[in-house]
Design a protein around this ligand. Sequence first.
Ligand code: PEP
Length: 249
Amino acid sequence: MRCLVANWKMNLLSASAGAFCDALLADPSLAGSSGCQLGIAPPFTLLKQVSEAVRGRRISVFGQNARAEAEGAYTGDISMAMLKDAGCAGVILGHSERRRLGGETDALLAAKLQAAWDAELLPLLCIGETLEEREAEQTFPVLQRQLSILGPKPGPLWIAYEPVWAIGTGRRAEAKQIQEAHAYIRAELMTRMDEAAWRVPILYGGSVAPDNFAELLQIPEVAGGLVGGASLDPAKFMAMAKTAAKTEE
Ligand code: PEP
């Protein structure tokens, strides 16, 4: 299965999100059985609007974050159940911007992961090393630590390998670096999930764009992409969706 997820981050308002969905839904290639599972992760304010717009299509809506607690005095935050209630099928967890800017630790993410499963949301767990960690040859230990929150018997999930130095920089990781990291992640999953590990799609994220997506999908173990900047333009997003559908695994 190919997967392509748009991470809108803190971008778009209701008018631009509506125009995005209109453009997406008007594209004839989206009708019928597209060979690609599409996802959109809008900001909280647009979740319901986007969920309603894409209902019945092969497009899942993801939250970009939520708290682990089920409810309570957490001004400004929302729960996994609230994401579900707004129409989400999944939630992005552990994005490097939340780890870095929101101080999210692996312990906190372990609690969020469990909360997502409890709410029957599909977690899209982001992992990846910083440039300093790569240069210090710490990439695999970092991935191992970030994956350790899965525990011995993880529930259903998707993973995105996102080297931090490739996010929003225009510097996509090299094919060999991506292949090695994805193979490492698959092997780590195998130790926990046996055969079920093969059903976990491992996406790549970090400066994915229409002009490099086809090459990316040739790399073994790359199921698709988690896309930030290039996902804000419906024409670019659809171009990548078509590329993915053509190269269905
Ligand atoms: C991201 O934020 O998950 C991401 C991959 O961003 P970009 O595509 O802009 O590098």
